[in-house]
Design a protein around this ligand. Structure first.
Ligand code: PA5
Length: 444
């Protein structure tokens, strides 16, 4: 992975960055020493290097059982218990995976990440004539969206194949001891994996939360972890600022924020990375958006969104910066053919790869946006494969931890997400919420 800051550095006054560069070392040291805010959630820092081959074999073995038994595996989870697996699986899958019928891998679909009645009805319709299994992921074990979907799918599976067989096709990923899902899994005798206490949801993609679903989809979790392990080394406290991409990224985004750039747009020129941006939005939004501070994380897919959001980015309020993820080498090759008649006027592109056009669109866009007053951070990854995705995920995690501490917030809590839950439970008359129910009804 290569990080280039040239087109961002020119937007901050000379000298301001060196102070922030010094701050990154202290922030990174806080992650290492465990003396900063939220220090009971730092299990992710050395997670990659602590993963053993035996553990990966156990995850793979469970994935293989599901792969043998099931045409479809439903991954039930939300937020940090959903986005990592979805991001990696989407990045690595065939773009038209959902429509490929001649397949060796099961379909992987998702549930428990919304409360859409139509979504769940459609899902159950789709599953009705399929052999399916469920990976139910919830650290707390009490998240409404996930628990609701699981109740429906578990009932359906048990009715379809019987309780004993359903037990073989359900895996629970949850806390070691606490929560309704742990009790339910123990009672039903499901295979379980533990989400470590000291790893928060949005940092949990390299625990069984992400790894099992990624292995079920047929991707190489060993390579994914290897990429993360190498990035863990490349971003440690023993790596100086000049060579530490996570520290440089954290310093630059904080510098831009201090000079009025309040929104960061993560840009890709490869649609497979769409959900990497969704995962990144949660990582940075939930980690930094607190105490009335924090860069707003947004995302676009280019060139698609150049035809919708391009105008705003080029010419709108100058409060944004872009971080572009560029993929050096596509997995596949498509060459543009010559056309004798040239009615579309595209013969100037004949013989070129499609990616060459895409790369020039990317370069042209970056330059235009810089000219328009949008600072540009550039991240280049070699290709979209397990190793490079694993490295990039850890790079963003480490950058987030450093950046959050530089901002002066606790990057590892999320008190704000409880507010909607409290209201929803009050409105639904959940036992234990009687006073809140009364209060909220009085407001309506
Ligand atoms: O990052 C987080 O903590 C959240 O996004 C959670 O992962 C999400 O709310 C799901 O929680 P749980 O795994 O407890 O069901």
């Amino acid at each position: 992975m290569k990080l280039t800051l040239t087109h961002a550095a020119c937007f901050v006054p000379a000298g301001s960055l060196s102070h922030l560069a010094d701050m990154t070392a202290a922030a990174n040291q806080l992650l290492e020493s465990g003396k900063g805010a939220g220090n009971d959630f730092l299990g992710w820092v050395h997670l990659p290097s602590s993963i053993t081959p035996a553990f990966l074999d156990e995850v793979q073995e469970t994935a293989n059982l599901l792969r043998q038994k099931c045409q479809v595996v439903v991954i039930a989870g939300i937020g940090g218990s959903y986005l990592g697996a979805k991001a990696v699986n989407d990045a690595l899958a065939h773009t038209f995976d959902a429509y490929c019928t001649d397949r060796k891998d099961p379909y992987v679909v998702y549930a428990g990440n919304n409360i859409g009645e139509d979504y769940l009805a459609d899902l159950m319709e789709f599953l009705s004539d399929k052999e399916f299994g469920i990976v139910n992921i919830s650290k707390s074990g009490t998240t409404t969206e996930t628990a609701l979907a699981f109740r429906l799918l578990k009932t359906m599976l048990e009715e379809k194949v019987g309780k004993a067989e359903a037990r073989q096709r359900i895996v629970a990923v949850t806390d070691a001891q606490k929560g309704a899902l742990r009790s339910l899994a123990t009672k039903e005798g499901y295979k379980t994996f533990v989400i470590p206490d000291n790893v928060g949801g949005r940092f949990s993609v390299l625990t069984p939360v992400g790894l099992l679903a990624i292995a079920v989809a047929g991707h190489d979790i060993k390579q994914l972890v290897k990429g993360a392990q190498d990035m863990e080394k490349a971003t440690g406290t023993d790596v100086d600022y000049a060579n530490n991409p996570a520290a440089q990224y954290a310093a630059m985004r904080n510098a831009l924020y201090q000079f009025g750039k309040k929104t960061e747009i993560l840009v890709n020129f490869n649609p497979k990375l769409h959900f990497i941006a969704e995962w990144w939005k949660q990582l940075y939004g939930e980690s930094e958006g607190k105490d009335h501070k924090g860069i707003f994380p947004a995302a676009v897919d280019f060139t698609t969104d150049l035809h919708s959001m391009g105008q705003w980015i080029q010419d709108g309020e100058r409060s944004i910066f872009e971080t572009v993820i560029s993929v050096k080498e596509p997995q596949k090759k498509v060459v543009i053919p010559e056309d004798k008649e040239n009615l579309d006027g595209l013969n100037f592109l004949a013989g070129k790869r499609v990616d060459e056009v895409n790369k020039m669109a990317e370069l042209g866009t970056r330059l235009a946006h810089v000219d328009g007053g949008v600072p540009n951070i550039h991240i280049e990854i070699e290709r979209v494969d397990e190793y490079n995705i694993g490295a990039m995920l850890y790079f963003f995690e480490r950058g987030c931890g450093i950046s959050g501490y530089m901002l002066g917030v606790n990057p590892f809590n999320q008190p704000g997400v409880e507010a909607y839950k409290k209201n929803m439970f009050a409105l639904l008359n959940k036992p234990g919420y009687e006073a809140e129910s009364k209060a909220i009804l009085a407001r309506l």
